[in-house]
Design a binder for this molecule. Structure first.
Ligand code: CP
Length: 307
């Protein structure tokens, strides 16, 4: 089995195709019961979330505990951060207590990178600003492979607020490495032409692409961004909502993903969210195994560099 090259997991553009497949394969081995060892016994993991999270934070906690690690969830509003201590000093202080793994979510794009180069601990990006959310993209890819066998050659449509989505960027980088055709769909104000430089197609109409779509991923329309839309919410729903009428025009083996949380009734209807086509809850399940794989593989890399 191969190894990850870096002590950190910062984003999918920094991973090779082989590293991506190694993480996903390791996650499948955890899910299928082939890997059981408590590989992080005696290790400590800090969850440092400066923004809210349900899925990412809790699944890292479960993953760490399943691997035998101590998991410490830092209360960022009740720590010395509020006395002015910097995030870097906070991480270095926790590292001095013996914590070697930090799972960080921060509103500033690039924040985990700044910390990673200043500490010896492993930094895992759990979402930085609008830039990236690599563990989400990895669990999305695992879910696509589980459902459709492979990603290569599949037409993957990502619909919603692409501009402000960290999930979209990490998915674009990863899906292109695995050979997918990626089509971005959304209103022009959320889908600048610059995205074409990433080797993707752009469409402003979901109806124009739905019939040739293999995998459809909805993105959350962030409530704070709605006022920036030049179209009304009603018009957004009319043009971009994933609903039964659109799904009926798609291929019969279409699968639907969404990173959550879903604005039910806006980007997706409730009947589609809970339908047989929706893999949204399977994404959440797979998130635990992807995060177990990442923690275990980072431990192997750390052990390898210490020998
Ligand atoms: N998909 C995702 O990152 O969800 P949370 O914000 O709940 O972690």
């Amino acid at each position: 089995m191969g190894r990850l090259r870096s002590k950190d997991l910062l984003d999918t553009d920094l991973l090779t195709k082989e590293e991506i497949l190694l993480i996903i394969d390791t996650a499948f081995r955890f899910k299928e019961g082939g890997l059981k060892s408590l590989s992080l016994t005696g290790e400590a993991i800090s969850l440092l979330f400066f923004e809210p999270s349900t899925r990412t934070k809790n699944s890292f906690e479960i993953a760490g505990r399943k691997l035998g690690a101590m998991v410490v969830s830092m209360d960022t509003t009740g720590s010395s951060l509020v006395k002015g201590e910097s995030a870097l000093n906070t991480v270095r202080t926790l590292q001095a207590m013996g914590i070697n793994y930090f799972v960080i979510r921060h509103r500033e794009s690039g924040f985990p990178y700044q910390i990673a180069e200043r500490v010896s601990a492993s930094i895992i990006n759990a979402g930085d600003g609008t830039r990236g959310h690599p563990t989400q993209a990895l669990l999305d890819a695992m879910t696509m492979i589980e459902a459709r066998g492979e990603i290569e050659g599949k037409r993957v449509v990502i619909v919603g607020d692409i501009l402000h989505s960290r999930v979209a960027r990490s998915n674009i980088w990863l899906l292109k490495k695995l050979g997918a055709e990626v089509i971005l769909v959304g209103p022009p104000e959320f889908l600048p032409r610059e995205f074409e430089k990433l080797g993707v197609e752009i469409s402003y109409s979901l109806d124009n692409v739905i019939e040739d779509t293999d995998i459809l991923m909805g993105l959350r329309i962030q409530r704070e961004r709605m006022e920036k839309m030049r179209i009304s919410v009603e018009e957004y729903i009319r043009r971009y909502q994933i609903n039964r009428e659109r799904v009926n025009r798609a291929k019969p083996d279409l699968i639907i993903l969404h990173p959550g949380p879903v604005n039910v009734g806006i980007e997706m209807t409730e009947d589609i969210l809970y339908s047989e086509l929706s893999l949204v809850e399977r994404q959440v399940t797979n998130g635990v195994f992807i995060r177990m794989a990442i923690l275990s593989l980072l431990k192997e890399t750390r052990d390898g560099s210490n020998t």
